[in-house]
Design a protein around this ligand. Structure first.
Ligand SMILES: Cc1cc2nc3c(=O)[nH]c(=O)nc-3n(C[C@H](O)[C@H](O)[C@H](O)COP(=O)(O)OP(=O)(O)OC[C@H]3O[C@@H](n4cnc5c(N)ncnc54)[C@H](O)[C@@H]3O)c2cc1C
Ligand code: FES
Ligand code: FES
Length: 1342
């Protein structure tokens, strides 16, 4: 390899310290540089594509135009270090530390319980910090905007926002304060008697205790950089990397010269388009030209006829510039600017808007672009410049289609964009519809503009431009031409829609799918535009009353309103502890997560934050690109020759067993799905390993059959395990006696865990006795240990697995980490060197599988009064290619199907289908969230048939008295009924139901829906041995206590709860105690932390250990009752009393006899109820969550802050399952949705506007630790209340449109589903394709 020529020094600052990089590689991102070179691991990798915000840091630069310092947030994963010349970077470590001083943002997010696993927290902190650097007292809108680009999979966002709100102009921690009835004022925590309002607390933190924000404490912009900025270097800077050279000229002249010399070299601005493209296409540009130092590209000129914005301005700057223009100019002149502003608010997240440039946006010509359609209709012009001079070209369809005649010449660059003012009688609007409101690419975007002949309704000019409906932004020129001269009325509308559908045509197989939805949006948007213009005309008519325009019916007016983005509000209620409880006893109090502050400072160490170990190698997995095929050959030769590549690990290298016969760790001869692991490359660096996998050539021969869908599996009789069945009563006889019968189908899509920390493991082989240390992100270290043992054929006692903390698991880190651990261990043994394996987001999503998609058929028999007499459900889950947990998921699904209802005659059957997809696995709720959707859908079907409301059917059929479930387990539904009634009451359900109906009567295009759902959720595993747990508690001679137990910290706060238990038992403050990690060497043979039972069973074990220790100490304490803890421990040591004890809990009895169909499978139930109200836009399918009220029975919560956090987080995750999270597979079985851009988990703007959570007071259970309940999973299903509220709204629309009720239910209720269900004149207009005539882009697998 030839040595690159000498580079210039790259100078920038990180956290106030100067960095001089002598050999800056343009391919190195800031994220990698921070984590690897500077060892600042607070900034996290979670997606690498700018889509999640986990890597957010603040960049400060001197702006030559305004001569001010600009602070802005960015996603470090997309920022090449070379772009940082002269910039100051601030990371989470730079603003505070637990060891020195915490920044108020860090303190508040932790103390407001805004961290669970903590993996997203540094990113959240930095987004808020940057906001505060720019606005000391931000508005709520600014706060929402700042956090819109940050994803959190654990918390449900509410507490994060609550912490941010404490900085806002009108902040209040406790919403009750506004009513003058604050619980704290009432002495909340200390009240003694139960059942009074004062026993109910609504504050989870005390805002008054927070340290104030002191801007004088912030890092200043480095004076050296300021000097550099004020006397800018004019000379060109060059940074040579191994494959790429970065050239950053200091003058425009030099830039143009360079562009002429390297016409093929792209300009690099925000890298938000180039970066992801280079990554996904593996494309390398040998030369990159950076115009970052050219001030001419950031100029803004305001003239009397328009606005010229420099191509180098970021989209965030463009937004500010436009907002200024809008405030300065009369409304008629700012139509285009307003339309652009509308989309700039929802385009990506704040970080991307800060990075992405206007020029990069325009030149990228993404078909989904939000701005280009508006710029096209707004007649924007591109000002180009080259050495030859300047010229202007129109920003039109020809340019956007990349036609050479309308494009930039290779040596030209875009200098600026000119956007003319609009005029009177000109109207411009923008539309977009995406899977969710914020941070999601639009399915269809549009810019629309009309000019009417003055004071008439005659169309003088019309331009319509669409994004998302073709390979480029498309203009509907022909349609527009034909409509010129037509009056703006209904007939024109009808004709326009017809023309548009002809011109903007999408084939059935179009990439991206959702074809009929997109076609519908094309005309629905035009209809909205039609109404908007009429509305505007109405305003104008008042002035020049010369013409009569068509009236908009009042019932149509709501079509004009967009759903606003509002920050959620709400109250969290829980029962305060008994006033007699000792102040030192933390049980039942809202104690902050033990790692909360460390999460917020980035000092909490996750697996990949562990520093590189001596001689460490990096492993990357090679996966199958075929769904079912024979492996003919694997050619590794080219890969092995690449620099840095050490070895390729194959099945033959496994010394022990290669997984199970039907579930191999590494494929042998045959592959069963796309994404199956075939081999693994180990190399000196991750970059080298990733480059090597591209060079591995595998040839395959396709095998039959290839099965992806549940339907195909049924046809081929392809199942993973026998059918599971439960039956009660006489179903056939019952069907004969009922008044009515309905049959229907339910399809529930799968779900990706989307834990923020992808799967990762470090295996360190030791020199002696074949010992291995494994640091792994898992919910089940014992399983990793066992699997590694059998894979390497060494005893379990040589392997130690360590789990410090896990960045989210949700079931996805129960089984899979063992596979990665075992493969990495084989690599470690073969090479004799430590191995680090960190999955990319794409690979993680491709390989690991998730929640099982479900298809269910039901037949329900009922009386006309709504009493259900018989219910027969048969369901199938898509298990993927291996068994994994599919049999257990089927069992749990069947066991839990009845939910809260007593139905005398039942038959539930379930089977797991074997398909050629990655194996699906455990996921929060374990089948319950999918299965029970069938039961609840039956309820709504019965309600529709009886002409009654769903809540009436629910109430009528709910368990009322002590009874037995379908599997004959006795239980009392008293708490269930209390939850239901409280929920009805707290949500004012009945009056709101009336208001919803009123609203629906008055509005045609917007409909509201409301639903209340009861829940009986069984906790635990259906086997006693799975409920055992152990703990090891040591007391050291200084009195400090080390608690270890079998549970893993996944963010659910188990360690915090365990210390609360230990503190109560030892009567010792928590400050004496510590939990170090979960390790197989301290507590062996553990059970996976799952099934909501972790804190419960491990709590019992910790309690047992502490009780043993206290018993040993009792004689000493008795002898010296006035002594201190330290005195007693010292005495115990002197008296040779062991200060270490193992605690053990043998487990709750649980069994299930499937032969008899009876058992006692679950130790206890969690009851709950949720009510949600939504509003849908029938024209776009969008919805707004107006309000959710949840009542959850936590009994005596160990920690109400943590438990409320679990309820909120799981509810939002459930809401994602039922509304936006959609996995897309190609007809060849390739998962398309492999990152946050294609797979939409809820963002902060998806949280219900009012979100109230109450833990049911005065509830007891004698069985569990201090009468608490495990709440890890149950809230997930309550997310379905949003789904049923949406279906309620859709039903209202259908009723009004006389559409016959359809009993096919599909989840998620995406905008596509909602829009297409609200059939109307527009859905009727669109062309429909015969599915047999084309190959679709994606296939439904449920
Ligand atoms: C997570 C994420 C979410 C997004 N969401 C949205 C969304 O919701 N809606 C939407 O519309 N877009 C979205 N985008 C796309 C985003 O708007 C574009 O990627 C961005 O505007 C490109 O700007 P850039 O400065 O980063 O371009 P770069 O990546 O730096 O460059 C892109 C291209 O433009 C060329 N170029 C740049 N400037 C000039 C110039 N002055 N003269 C000539 N050529 C030039 C470069 O040569 C290069 O080929 C998203 C992107 C990301 C990463
Ligand atoms: S890791 Fe950078 S945005 Fe996700
Ligand atoms: S706390 Fe936000 S992802 Fe876990």
């Amino acid at each position: 390899m030839s040595c690159p020529p000498k580079s210039d020094d790259l100078v920038f600052f990180v956290n106030g310290r100067k960095v001089i990089e002598r050999n800056a590689d343009p391919e190195v991102t800031l994220l990698n540089f921070l984590r690897k070179n500077l060892r600042l691991t607070g900034t996290k990798y979670a997606c690498g594509r700018g889509g999640c915000g986990a890597c957010t840091v603040m960049v400060s630069k001197h702006d030559p135009v305004s001569a001010k310092i600009r602070h802005f947030s960015i996603t470090a994963c997309l920022v090449p270090i070379c772009s940082l010349y002269g910039a100051a970077v601030t990371t989470v470590e730079g603003i505070g530390s637990v060891n020195t001083r915490l920044h108020p943002v860090q303190e508040r997010i932790a103390r407001s319980h805004g961290t669970q696993c903590g993996f997203c927290t540094p990113g959240m902190v930095m987004s808020m910090y940057t906001l505060l650097r720019n606005h000391l007292q931000p508005s709520e809108e600014q706060l929402m905007e700042a956090l819109g680009g940050n994803l959190c999979r654990c918390t449900g966002y509410r507490p994060i926002l609550a912490s941010g709100r404490t900085f806002c102009v009108e902040s209040t921690g406790c919403q009750k304060k506004r009513t003058g009835k604050c619980c704290l004022d009432l002495g909340g925590n200390d009240s003694s008697s139960l059942n009074r309002e004062s026993d109910i607390c609504t504050d989870l933190f005390v805002e008054e205790e927070f340290q104030p924000l002191d801007p004088t404490q912030e890092l200043i912009f480095p004076p050296e950089l300021l000097r550099m900025a004020k006397n800018p270097e004019k000379q060109t800077l060059t940074f040579h990397g191994e494959r790429v050279t970065w050239i950053s000229p200091g003058t425009l002249k030099d830039l143009l010269k360079l562009k002429a010399k390297h016409p093929e070299a792209p300009l690099i601005l925000g890298n938000t388009s180039l970066g992801p493209a280079m990554k996904s296409q593996g494309r390398v540009h040998p030369i990159l030209l950076s115009p970052a130092r050219i001030s001419e590209l950031s100029m803004v000129f305001k003239t009397s006829d328009g606005l010229t914005i420099g191509a180098g301005c970021s989209l965030a700057q463009v937004k500010d510039i436009l907002a200024e223009q809008v405030s300065e100019l009369p409304e008629e002149k700012t139509q285009t600017y307003r339309a652009l502003l509308k989309h700039l608010k929802s385009l990506a997240g704040q970080q991307i808007r800060n990075m992405a440039s206007l020029g990069g946006h325009v030149i990228s010509r993404h078909c989904y672009s939000d701005l280009n359609p508006i710029l096209v209709v707004g007649n924007a012009t591109l000002n180009l410049i080259s050495e030859e001079g300047t010229r202007q070209i129109p920003l039109n369809d020809h340019f956007l289609a990349g036609l050479a005649s309308a494009d930039l010449k290779p040596e030209e660059i875009l200098e600026s964009v000119y956007i003319p003012h609009s005029q009177k009688w000109e109207f411009v609007s923008a539309f977009r519809q995406a899977q969710c409101q914020q941070n999601a690419l639009a399915d269809v975007s549009a810019g629309m503009r009309v000019i009417l002949e003055e004071a008439t309704d005659t169309i003088k000019e019309l331009s319509l431009s669409y994004g998302g409906v073709g390979e480029a932004t498309i203009g509907a020129h022909k349609s527009c031409q034909q409509l010129i001269g037509r009056p703006w009325n209904e007939q024109m509308l009808e004709e326009a829609c017809r023309l548009l559908l002809e011109e903007v045509s999408l084939p059935g197989w179009a990439p991206g799918g959702r074809v009929e939805f997109k076609r519908t949006l094309v005309v629905s948007f035009f209809f909205k535009f039609y109404l908007e213009v009429l509305q505007e005309l109405k305003k104008l008519v008042k002035v020049s009353d010369s013409h009569h325009y068509p009236e908009i019916s009042d019932r149509f007016l709501s079509a004009l309103e967009d759903f606003p983005v509002t920050g959620p509000r709400g109250v969290q209620r829980y029962q305060s502890v008994d006033s007699h409880q000792s102040l030192q006893d933390p049980v039942g109090r809202p104690i902050m997560h033990l790692s909360g502050l460390k999460h917020a400072t980035g000092e909490a160490i996750f697996c990949d934050d562990i520093p590189m170990v001596d001689r460490e190698l990096f492993m990357v997995l090679v996966t199958s690109t075929k769904a079912h095929a024979k492996i003919i050959s694997i050619d590794l030769s080219e890969a092995l020759e690449l620099p840095g590549v050490v070895d390729v690990i194959k099945a033959e290298d496994i010394p022990g067993t290669n997984g199970a016969e039907d579930d191999k760790l590494l494929a042998v001869d045959e592959v069963l799905c796309v994404g199956q692991i075939i081999c693994a490359v180990v190399a000196e660096t991750d970059v080298q390993a990733k480059r090597a996998i591209e060079k591995i050539k595998i040839t395959y021969k396709d095998l039959e059959p290839i099965i992806f869908t549940i339907n195909d599996a049924i046809k081929h009789n392809s199942f993973l395990c026998p059918e599971k069945k439960l039956e009660q009563g006489n179903i056939e006889e019952a069907f004969e006696k009922v008044d009515q019968i309905v049959e229907g189908e339910v399809h529930v899509g799968g779900q990706e865990h989307f834990y923020m920390e992808t799967q990762r493991v470090i295996v360190i082989p030791k020199a002696e006795d074949k010992e291995l240390d494994i640091y792994v992100s898992t919910q089940d270290p014992a399983h990793v240990q066992k699997t590694v043992s059998s894979t390497l054929n060494i005893p379990i006692n040589r392997i130690t697995c360590h789990v410090k903390r896990v960045g989210g698991g949700f079931g996805g880190k129960v089984g899979r980490p063992a596979v990665f651990g075992a493969i990495a261990a084989v690599g470690a043994i073969k090479t004799g060197r430590p191995i680090r394996l960190v999955l990319d987001r794409e690979d993680d999503m491709l390989i690991t599988g998730g929640r099982h998609p479900l298809f269910g058929k039901y037949k329900v028999g009922f009386m006309n009064n709504g009493r259900i007499k018989a219910l027969d459900i048969e369901c199938f889950i898509n298990g993927g290619c291996t068994l994994d947990d599919s049999e257990q998921v089927t069992e749990f699904l069947i066991l839990k199907l009845e939910n809260a209802y007593k139905i005398r005659n039942l038959r539930f059957r379930g089977r797991a289908c074997m398909t050629n997809l990655p194996s699906n696995t455990a996921f929060r709720g374990f089948g319950f969230p999918q299965g029970t959707l069938i039961t609840e859908s039956c309820i709504t079907a019965v309600a529709a048939k009886c002409g009654l409301l769903p809540e009436e059917i629910r109430e009528k059929n709910m368990y009322k008295t002590v009874d037995k479930t379908i599997y004959k387990q006795a239980f009392s539904p008293e708490t269930l009924i209390r939850c239901w009634n409280e929920c009805l009451d707290k949500s004012s359900f009945h009056s709101r139901r009336m208001q919803v109906e009123e609203f629906n009567k008055k509005n045609y295009w917007k409909k509201k829906g409301i639903a209340i759902i009861p829940m009986k959720f069984s906790v635990g595993f259906a086997a006693t041995s799975y409920h055992q747990a152990a703990a090891l508690v040591h007391i050291y001679t200084d009195g400090s206590v080390l608690v270890t137990h079998g549970g893993n910290e996944l963010g659910q706060g188990i360690h915090t709860k365990m210390l609360q238990v230990a503190s109560r038992e030892l009567k010792l403050p928590m400050s004496y105690m510590h939990v170090c990690e979960t390790s197989t060497a301290t507590v062996p043979n553990t059970i996976a932390t799952a099934a909501s039972i972790g804190s419960d069973v491990n709590g019992k074990a910790v309690q047992n250990a502490c009780q043993i220790l206290l018993k040993r100490l009792e004689p000493i304490i008795k002898k010296n009752p006035g002594g201190t803890w330290e005195d007693w421990i010292e005495a115990a040591f002197e008296q040779r009393i062991s200060l270490s004890a193992t605690g053990y809990f043998r487990g709750y009895k649980a069994y299930m006899d499937w032969e008899k169909g009876e058992g006692d499978p679950f130790p206890y139930y969690v009851y709950g109820a949720a009510c949600s109200e939504v509003e849908i836009d029938c024209l776009t399918g969008a919805h707004k969550k107006i309000r959710t009220d949840i009542i959850m029975d936590a009994c005596c919560s160990l920690n109400p802050a943590i438990d409320i956090g679990q309820v909120e987080g799981s509810f939002i995750q459930g809401m994602g399952l039922y509304t936006t999270e959609e996995l897309k597979y190609s007809p060849e079985g390739v998962l398309y949705s492999r990152g946050p851009d294609e797979y939409k988990i809820p963002t902060i703007t998806d949280v219900p506007e009012e979100f109230n959570v109450s833990l049911l007071p005065s509830s007891q259970t004698p069985l569990t630790i201090y009468s608490s309940k495990g709440l890890g999973e149950s809230g997930m299903f309550l997310g379905s209340s949003v789904f049923f509220a949406i279906t309620d709204a859709v039903a209202a629309a259908c009723k009004e449109r006389d559409i016959v009720e359809d009993f096919i239910v599909k989840s998620p209720a995406t905008p596509e589903q909602v829009r297409m269900a609200c059939a109307d004149r527009f859905t009727e207009m669109i062309p429909r394709d015969d599915p047999k005539t084309f190959k679709p882009w994606s296939i439904p697998i449920a």
